[in-house]
Design a binder for this molecule. Structure first.
Ligand code: GSH
Length: 339
């Protein structure tokens, strides 16, 4: 009798998996506007986003700076609670299963670096300020925007070329503390349905080992060390650029899409408690002053600080406490003697 029940349960599990998989197929999507797709919508602009996601923050800052009103559609990710990005509802918006998605008049626009340009081009005068028309300034803005972007299928490769690609590696410590609040059962959906399985696997490993176990995970530490080394170079270049043109912004007098793209990078380094390492105690004063100016803009409060979730607050507190109490961990994360 027991065998029959086990067989029935197994068959039910397999049947559920096959049924769900046929409805929750994920596949990467090309960037830009998809005019062939029209989604149900109520407002001209709608944004599917997550409170913690770097690229979502970039869109929120951008829309706040452009003064574009939008309908907010918050989507949970595993690290903030659950795999809502793999729900059937969200996969009908983005079969890629990632945020952010900007929706304009019902048409989805994918990839955050394309979304900010798309929005700026439709925002009149303010859009032209953020994305200047004169070719020289525009090329400069595009170059600095690109360096801060997350482009292509390999978010942890290309750290030497893009500061944006250093972010996943430098987020590992805060991921390690945030995922402690997420039950193991929630990881299953990612492993079963996401086309990119490395992410749920890595997050599960971080949950298993915890923040104090991170230094004992050589593949993850190698990514972190490489990201930290390359981020140092990107921040040196940023400091030089700000000094060269006299600031206050990357393109000089005018705040632009380049600054929209960099505020979220610096903010993530603060969340992951790397700001002291990168620009504390008189290191990189131009970057430190730039960071102070960025936080004074109303878009920073509207798009970032006011939207921080509970898991992030707790994760930051736990990370700071762990580094304070465990000198080996601190040394490993900050690359000092004894690592
Ligand atoms: N290249 C994409 C990257 C977007 C991305 O990686 N989104 C992450 C959050 S920052 C995501 O939605 N991850 C969810 C998952 O993989 O489960 C962009 O710039 O929009």
């Amino acid at each position: 009798m027991l065998k029959i029940w086990i067989l029935v349960l197994l068959a039910g599990g397999v049947g559920w998996f096959l049924y769900e998989r046929s409805r929750r197929r994920t596949a990467p999507m090309a960037g830009g506007i998809h005019e062939d797709v029209t989604l149900p919508h109520e407002r001209e602009w709608e944004l599917y986003h997550n409170s913690f996601s770097l690229c979502s923050k970039k869109l929120r800052v951008c829309l706040a700076e452009l003064g574009l009103d939008y309908r907010s559609q918050p989507i949970d990710l595993l690290e903030t609670g659950s795999y809502e990005n793999l729900s059937r509802r969200f996969l009908s918006v983005n079969p890629g299963g990632i945020v952010p998605v900007l929706v304009h008049r019902g048409h989805p626009v994918y990839e955050s670096h394309d979304q900010i340009v798309y929005a700026a081009r439709r925002a009149g005068r303010r859009g032209r300020e953020l994305l200047p028309e004169d070719p020289e300034t525009r090329a400069l803005v595009e170059r600095w925007t690109d360096v801060a972007s997350l482009v292509g299928p390999d978010p942890i490769g290309g750290t030497a070329e893009r500061a944006g690609h250093c972010i996943p590696g430098l987020t590992l410590p805060i991921f390690a503390t945030m995922v402690q609040y997420i039950p193991y059962t929630r990881f299953l959906e990612g492993l079963l349905f996401h086309f990119e399985r490395r992410r749920p696997l890595m997050l599960a490993l971080l949950k298993l080992r915890g923040i104090h176990g991170l230094p004992g995970l050589p593949p993850l530490m190698a990514i972190l060390r490489r990201s930290r080394r390359d981020m140092e170079r990107h921040l040196d270049a940023l400091g030089e650029q700000l000094e060269k043109n006299g600031g206050p912004w990357i393109a000089g007098e005018r705040f632009s899409l380049a600054d929209v793209s960099w505020v979220v990078i610096l903010d993530r380094l603060v969340e992951a408690d790397f700001h002291g390492f990168f620009w504390g105690e008189d290191r990189r004063p131009a970057v430190a002053a730039y960071w102070a100016r960025l936080q004074e803009r109303p878009s920073y409060a509207a798009a970032i600080t006011s939207q921080r979730c509970r898991t992030l607050h707790d994760g930051i507190a736990d990370l700071k406490a762990a580094k304070r109490d465990d000198s080996r961990l601190r040394a490993a994360l900050e690359g000092v003697e004894g690592e």
